[in-house]
Structures are given as C-alpha cells and as structure tokens.
Design a protein around this ligand. Sequence first.
Ligand SMILES: [Zn+2]
Length: 216
Amino acid sequence: MVLAPHPDDDIIGAGGVIALHLAAGANLTVVYLTDGEATVALRGSPQCARRTVRLREARTALAKLGTAKTECLHLEDGRLNSALTALSCQVAFLLDTYKPQIIYLPFFGDAHPDHRAVTWALSRIKWTAQSDVTVACYEIWSPQPANIIVDITDVAAKKFAALMEHRTALTSLNYLPYVKSLNRYRAMHRDSWRYAEAFLVLALKEYICLARQCHP
Ligand SMILES: [Zn+2]
C-alpha cells in the first residue's frame, strides 16, 4: 500500500518501485490522502474541477506503470496536520481492509507538512494485527536517510512518462528534471544502474520510535 498525501507523490518518490511491484504481480493500492485541490495551478477553478482534475491525472499516470487499485480520502489539501484524527482513523480502516505487507509513506523529515503528517497519523493508530508491518519511506521534497536503494533503470522511462501526466502540478513547477536528477544521484557508484530510488525501510514500531526520538 502506498500512502500519498497528494496525487503525484506516489510517482515522484516510488514510481519505479511501484512499476516493479506491479510487473511482479503485486496487489498494490495507492491511497491519495487529498485530491490535491490546493495546487497553485487550480486557483480560481470551480471546486468540482479542483477536486477531480489531479485525481484523474494521477490515475492516468499510475496506469502507465501497470494495474493498481486507488482510493482517495479527500482530506483537505495543505491541512493534514489539522486532520490527524480523521486521517489515522481512515488509514487504520484501510490497513485493516487491505492488510498490506509494506506501507510506503513519506519520511517524517520531508519538507512538506502534509507529507510529515502521515507519520504522526500512523503513530496514533492502535496497532494489532498489522503491528509487524514494514514501512518504506520514499523521497518527495527532501533527500532522506536511506538503507535500501532500488535499481529502477529498466522502468525509469515508464516512471518519467507517468510523471508527465501530472500536467496540472507541472504547470506550477516542472519538477521532472529534479526527480530525474535525484534518481540519477541515487544510482551513483552502481556501474550498471542509470536510475535508482532510495527508501528508509524499517519495522513500523522502529520507525515510529525513531520519529518520536527525533521530534519528541
Ligand atoms: Zn505531496
């Protein structure tokens, strides 16, 4: 399961690994926590457009990587920190429904407050059956500590084509060259790799403990 605060975060941070999982036959669900309505490019647009355009682009983008399920919680874009109770309840319900082996989420030290909020929502969940779940933090707006580097060379073209489908977000900032550069950097010292994605992979309990130690 991939928890994406905004409709492009999944592809930016983990598009290559999503493509690899789907090619291997994984049952994968991407959960968009907001519909990305607050993006600068949609200011002045009717609400119905703001709430659907980016989700439609996200589903088109994801389809370039394979077949995955999607969900959207429609929480308020830009204010996830004010909705931690609702976020944790809804994520807990989805985790109980899908019972994922791995949860992909943004790192608690990411530059965007909505991205950081996901960790604090997870920390509020009363863990039972999922307590031994593995979390894999992916990079969005900040480089992060990483203990797993994945070669995405073979699927990089798919990832970058998927990113291009996020036309609305790219209108505000053409982040494609930055994402490519980060993926290129992550492949450094791997002679046969051209692009890679980096993850911090830990048991959930270890990850929450680390986050609390860093932000008591
Ligand atoms: Zn985001």
